[in-house]
Design a protein around this ligand. Structure first.
Ligand SMILES: Cc1cc2nc3c(=O)[nH]c(=O)nc-3n(C[C@H](O)[C@H](O)[C@H](O)COP(=O)(O)O)c2cc1C
Length: 366
């Protein structure tokens, strides 16, 4: 991610079955290791900047058990880093589920394998159904981020402090900690977070290099996007920090607008795994009982079409490149994209969209 690309492009969610599309289409993503490996090599050769996995432990149900099959992200990253040369590969870690010293060492190991290309997506956790299977009780929202602060401070100390140190926090009590080696090349891994609450965002601004927000890509309000980016960056500057804003989106790119729109409707709406969508909404306490039947139907459709995969970039290479250029103009530093089937669809994106972005001065190479 430390290159001259004005707009960084990454791949989001490839470690999870069905990626970012709760769909029943037979070509949906399997997330098998051989496919992830092939995808990473293809993406690396094409100049894609990063791969961002989802830390997910349990499927959402439905006919496909959406996200029922997932590869653990740090070991996944280590394997992909060994097989690639340029891109950053993130591990996504739920702070409450990992001992910070073991985690810090895993990150350092992956970082050495990738010669400085490991990245950390730190999540505080939101899905209690996942936590109970570890026997871990999720803390209330504010305490989650207090714990995450102690956790990341400890990881950073393990990455940087020579000799021994103790941690005497509210949650963590660690004695005579030693952690060698340090991250590769006297740097530290890039850290991102995607908290959407005020507390989550404040955490990201204090601790991270990259702040991911699902709401930044929007055709309807580029000014809103620009305002959000400006606000985040200036708040960070007030803390003496520089932070970059990233977003996420799903791409369906085809030679004609009609073909793209048809496939998007076919995969994401007509063949949606509605049982999985209902499962995800129920986790957010959105049910026909809590919001009423009519509002529920609207939310369900919106969620399947826009929320799971993020903003849809659907259209010809010209149209997709134009929309990506727009979010760059609004100040967004990069985007993590998903495809219904990453391996089938990435080559067309790379051969058609990346050169268009290069011609606009947004990418160094196509
Ligand atoms: C790009 C992006 C990636 C995320 N990745 C994960 C993830 O892998 N696992 C997870 O449990 N939550 C993930 N989240 C959820 C956030 O970390 C966060 O918990 C959520 O946005 C709720 O925000 P809050 O904690 O501030 O309330 C992600 C969110 C976004 C926008």
């Amino acid at each position: 991610m430390y290159n001259g690309n004005v707009l960084k492009i990454g791949i989001f969610g490839a470690n999870c079955s069905s990626g970012r599309s709760a769909t029943k289409v037979p070509e949906r993503w399997s997330a098998s290791w051989p496919e992830c490996l092939q995808l990473a090599r293809m993406a690396d050769a094409a100049g894609i900047d990063f791969m961002l996995p989802i830390g997910r432990w349990k499927g959402y149900g439905g006919d496909t058990d959406f996200h029922g099959t997932t590869l653990e992200t740090v070991t996944w990253a280590a394997g992909l880093l060994a097989a690639t040369q340029h891109m950053t590969v993130f591990g996504t870690v739920h702070a409450p589920l990992f001992n910070p010293i073991i985690a810090a060492k895993e990150f350092v190991t992956a970082d050495h394998i990738g010669e400085g290309r490991f990245g950390l997506n730190l999540v505080a956790g939101w899905n209690e159904g996942e936590f109970e299977m570890f026997g871990v009780k999720q803390r209330d929202h504010e305490a989650r981020y207090v714990f995450a602060q102690e956790w990341i401070d400890t990881v950073k100390r393990a990455w940087s402090e020579p000799g021994e140190f103790d941690v005497d926090g509210e949650f963590l009590k660690l004695t005579r900690v030693r952690a060698e080696p340090k991250p590769y090349g006297h740097t530290r891994p890039i850290i991102m977070n995607a908290g959407s609450s005020k507390t989550g965002q404040a955490f990201a601004l204090r601790n991270c290099d990259a702040f991911f927000t699902a709401t930044a890509a929007s055709r309807t309000s580029l000014q809103g996007t620009a305002d959000k980016v400006t606000a985040v960056k200036s708040e960070a500057r007030g803390l003496g920090r520089d932070i970059e804003v990233y977003t996420v989106g799903q791409v369906v790119c085809r030679p004609t607008h009609q073909a793209a729109a048809d496939y998007y409707r076919h995969a994401v709406i007509e063949n949606a795994d509605w049982g999985a969508v209902d499962g995800m909404l129920a986790l957010k306490d959105i049910t026909p009982q809590t919001v009423g039947a009519e509002e529920y139907a609207a939310k369900r459709r919106y969620f399947a079409a826009n929320a799971i995969g993020g903003y849809p970039f659907v259209g010809t290479p010209d149209a997709v490149a134009e929309e990506l250029a727009n979010i760059s103009t609004a100040g967004v530093r990069g985007i993590a994209v998903s495809f219904v089937n990453y391996l089938d669809e990435l080559p067309y994106f790379c051969t058609e969209v990346l050169p268009r972005l290069q011609r606009r001065g947004l990418r160094e190479t196509a």
